[in-house]
Design a binder for this molecule. Structure first.
Ligand SMILES: Cc1cc2nc3c(=O)[nH]c(=O)nc-3n(C[C@H](O)[C@H](O)[C@H](O)COP(=O)(O)O)c2cc1C
Ligand code: SF4
Length: 440
């Protein structure tokens, strides 16, 4: 990992042990301070104090929506007579996103320590980690780390003599993007088809097994040991007032050093590209927050900063922190074709606008991308997306609509150029030349 930038140390809230040899093993992680919070720092605090600490830190969910974590925890009812569950979302299937798997690979103990802290704060006795099924090395790492913790008395009954007990189970998904959506995830965890539920009720009130449940992203939970150790205000030394702290960004595409970087929120986007080895070629645009985030053109990239409000101000979003810049040799029509195919494939099929609309859009884009479209197809794709946006049970259809609408708006000239060469239009041009007035 790059640790310094422009003479300043970069934050290491999450990535502190990423460079450590065998940092995924308990002995090595413990020698570096893992689980040091599991004493008076944690067990002398009340649940209320811990939740307020997370509120004060300003930590926001790193799974995509950026919802304040402390606020979500405040919604979890106590004393309902039902158990409270913590479910960690390690599905990480948003195209371009590869930061959570690095935590599972390099420092699973950071996540487990974060889960013990959050479970204590929420009164949880049983917690789950829902992992994308294909992540086999990460799953093996997690299971090894959990066993090490049980053997060392860091999990199970009466952790470290504190009177607090916690069990953690790893649940493997079967590799469906939609199972990253929290309610589809809960259905899958319970053994049902991985299809989203109508909200409300929200999982905080009625989640796993119809009980109050906090669903949080891996990176969100992994930030807690640092916050508990150093305090909420120390976390605010980075970032902005409304987007405090640091964040892992996975960057792939036309930069010199693609990879995962931990940077303070609020860094200008172009500066982040420089940190990641600089642009290769001339910047054309960037998908800033995973495949569902509206695409930016080069001008937007020059204006924005890497935080929730900065990206919102240029019409996009921080999402899962998956950044994909592309240069002027790339074809925006081909990129959008690839994205629409993905969403059509991943629709769970419950809602008609999504099931039919994403497939229809994918077929139009395939035609346009193959150079066989008609000019009217460009507007048809846009209108279709505009119609199925926000009409469905979960935001998957909207996550397809945003790239469609933004790619067509920002790069319309490319869509028109590809389409102008299509046989349909060439035929029309030929006929017009041969029979002037034929198309009047
Ligand atoms: C289609 C879809 C896929 C999602 N995939 C993920 C995912 O892989 N990982 C994740 O943490 N959140 C994902 N989310 C967001 C979750 O529903 C949920 O908001 C998040 O796990 C909450 O955790 P946080 O508050 O810590 O961010 C997805 C949402 C949607 C609509
Ligand atoms: S929007 Fe799509 S993925 Fe979401 S519930 Fe409806 S059909 Fe399923």
């Amino acid at each position: 990992m790059i640790r310094e930038w422009q003479g300043k140390e970069l934050p290491r809230v999450i990535s502190g042990r990423f460079d450590l040899d065998n940092g995924h093993l308990l002995d090595v992680a413990r020698a570096d301070g893992a689980y040091a919070t599991l004493g008076p720092d944690l067990f002398d605090k009340s649940q209320f104090e811990l939740i307020e600490m997370v509120m004060d830190s300003g930590l926001r969910g790193r799974g995509g929506a950026g919802f304040p974590t402390g606020m979500k925890w405040r919604f979890v009812p106590r004393g309902s007579g039902k158990p409270v569950y913590l479910v960690v979302n390690a599905d990480e299937s948003e195209p371009g996103t590869f930061k959570d798997r690095l935590i599972l690979e390099r420092d699973p103990h950071l996540l487990i320590e974060g889960m013990i802290i959050s479970s204590y704060a929420l009164g949880v006795r049983t917690a789950y980690i829902y992992v994308r099924g294909e992540m086999l090395p990460q799953i093996a790492n997690l299971n090894r780390a959990l066993k090490e913790c049980y053997d060392a008395g860091l999990l199970g009954e009466n952790i470290q003599g504190s009177g607090f007990s916690l069990d953690i189970y790893v649940h493997r998904g079967a590799g469906a993007y939609i199972c990253g959506e929290e309610t589809a995830l809960l259905n899958s965890l319970e053994g049902y088809k991985g299809q989203p539920r109508l909200k409300p009720p929200f999982p905080a009130v009625s989640g796993a097994f119809a009980s109050p449940t906090a669903v949080n992203n891996v990176e969100t939970i992994a930030a807690l040991p640092w916050i508990l150790k150093h305090g909420a205000q120390a976390y605010r030394q980075w970032g902005t007032e409304r987007s405090p702290g640091s964040k892992l960004f996975s960057i792939a595409g036309d930069v010199g050093k693609p990879g995962v970087y931990e940077i303070p929120l609020g860094m200008p986007m172009l500066e982040f590209f420089d940190l990641a080895g600089g642009m290769v070629g001339e910047l054309m645009g960037c998908i800033p927050g995973g495949s569902s985030a509206p695409v930016l053109n080069a001008e937007d990239c020059g204006k924005t900063t890497m935080d929730y409000e900065g990206l919102q101000s240029v019409g996009s979003m921080l999402g899962s922190g998956a950044v994909m810049p592309f240069n002027t040799t790339r074809d925006p029509v081909a990129i959008l074709n690839c994205l629409t195919r993905f969403y059509a494939h991943e629709s769970c099929g419950q809602c008609t606008p999504c099931r039919e609309g994403t497939g229809y859009a994918a077929r139009i884009l395939a035609k346009l991308s193959a150079g066989k479209g008609e000019m009217s197809d460009i507007d048809l794709a846009y209108d279709l997306a505009d119609n199925f946006e926000w009409t469905t049970i979960c935001p998957l259809a909207t996550a397809d609509a945003w790239p469609i609408k933004s790619f067509i708006s920002k790069f319309r000239d490319h869509f028109e150029k590809v389409t102008a060469q299509s046989p349909a239009n060439r035929e029309e041009a030929l006929l017009t030349a041969t029979f002037p007035g034929a198309f009047m």
